[in-house]
Design a protein around this ligand. Sequence first.
Ligand SMILES: [Zn+2]
Length: 435
Amino acid sequence: MTVRLVADAVFTVDAEDTVWRPGAVEIDGGRITWVGDPELTPAGAGTDVQQLGGLLMPGLVNCHGHSPMTLVRSAGDGLPLDRWLSEAVWPREALHGDDDVFWGMTLGASEMLLNGITTTCEQYLHPAAVADAALASGIRCVLTPGVFDMPGIDPEGTWKEHLVEASRVFDEMDGRSGRLHVGFGPHAAYSLSPAGLSAVAEEAQRRGAMIQIHLAETEAEGHVVEERYGMRAPAFLASLGVLDGPVLAAHAVWLDEADMEVMAEYDVAVAHCPGSNGKLGSGVAKLAELRARGIRVGLGTDGPASNDDLHLWDEMRLAAILARATAADPAAISSAAALRLATRGGGEALGLPVGALEEGRPADIIRLRTDDARFVPATNEAELLGHLVWAGAGYLVTDVWVGGAPVVVESECVQIDSARARAEVGQRAQRLFAL
Ligand SMILES: [Zn+2]
């Protein structure tokens, strides 16, 4: 049955940034079948017309997360990345079992959905548990199981075991429910041997799967890669064939001109994580330069131990503020471009047709209530856009659909028990923080 959602405003984030006021979106079979002015085009016979008011827009796209890290939220505050990983995060993660990760991801998915994130790209161990939790929650997930090679402090198993598990999860679960997309997640150029990186690339490319990898997150890790291999990380990965298939690079902070040329040449996309990079003191990615080179850029929350929430509204605002502040130029990024980063740009970075409300795309839609000080005044489209980008917030999200299915109704997750997820994670974290 066709469902027509009618609102006071619809931000489509299509190629022309079309806004309908009032607007309506029709969905059928999980896809958007029509978007337009409900007063000019009456609904067809038998259509279920829902008068929602408020504002409809595409669901937000989180391009980089380790959401089961809700279990270690806030761990290691004040440490730089290398010590944060080896002292605060990995020892605790080594204690995780599948059930811990399932509940950690369930809580993360609940937090994301309630704040309007409809797609998340995850990198973690225990991938089957992450997948099960994502599927149960109703969120759309690009899952890139982690592959590490850190003798002595490796969180669990060897890279060969991680790769076998990642391949198994791809072969058994990719495409499930039309919402689970499996890729491969070699952790980084410094945390996996050349043999491991090549092996992951081969398995991924054989399956046409995406690779997600941390790249140039800190200046120090860049020095490690250069000393070890005599090349900077992007060229090193290219030399191993890692960039020959679809690749999403998380962070991409410490890139020079030549590095960005390599990224553009191989069409490597970037998950820009300004909150995490700021909290860990890693630096500020060169958003304007990346965009100027035509590099696909989306936004990522990173894990909740380095951010510490899963609110893409904050990342959108921070990305735009840092781009304007570092350039000392209010035109460094427009408000429309900032909104695109959090939606359509994220879909492009992930290679998925999500992030815009257009006929034929998956019906991943969120509704915001506009009876809030943050949305006053609203005399024209530019004001509304400004409110979304510079004052938008997760608490304004009331309803969320993923693939046309309601997953948040009146600010409550309807497919999972958020209260139980909070209780499970709270309880399980006691064990991990007893270290
Ligand atoms: Zn990360």
